[in-house]
Design a protein around this ligand. Structure first.
Ligand code: FE
Length: 166
């Protein structure tokens, strides 16, 4: 019997250590501990962003619906991160969602955004952030049109349209 208990302890030790490492990793990837290519202090962000941009991009705020620059914009071009300039969305994937925020059914490149569970305001949503600088962009929902069925619901102040002549 003693042998069995001893064996169980020996077997479970490596398992425990793997779990502990995984917990450590998942904690590291939460919130502000994430490390991004663009690193700035809060003071530096405040110097380059307007107060509204800072609130939405850096404090995960949300602009009022039907008030932003792009919710009903039909301009052609590339929507870039307003904080760091990374290319995020193409006007080709923008659609009228009637939700009051600019909506896209896809990103230019999956590597340019990251998503994260957001449990604020007593609900579960998926937050969308710029993968280059960690700024908050908006949320993603699964009620978008084909071909992806996704709706990237993005704050106008988080993006900047670089127009392309056709
Ligand atoms: Fe960015």
């Amino acid at each position: 019997m003693k042998k069995i208990i001893f064996l169980m302890i020996i077997i479970s030790l490596p398992l425990y250590s793997v779990c502990a490492q995984q917990n450590e990793k998942s904690n590291q990837s939460k919130g502000k501990e994430m490390s991004f290519k663009i690193q700035k202090t809060e003071k530096e962000w405040k110097e380059i962003l307007t107060p509204e941009q800072y609130h939405v991009l850096r404090e995960k705020g949300t602009e009022q619906p039907f008030t932003g620059e792009y919710w009903n914009s039909r301009g052609k071009g590339v929507y870039k991160c307003a904080a760091c300039g990374a290319e995020l969305f193409s006007s080709d994937t923008k659609f009228d969602s009637d939700c009051g925020w600019p909506s896209f059914y896809d990103v230019i490149n999956n590597k340019n955004v990251i998503t994260k569970d957001d449990y604020s305001f007593g609900m579960h949503r998926i937050e969308v952030m710029c993968a280059n600088c960690g700024s908050h962009l908006g949320h993603i929902f699964d009620d978008g049109p084909k071909p992806t069925g996704q709706r990237y619901c993005i704050n106008s102040v988080s993006i900047k349209l670089e127009k392309k002549e056709k």
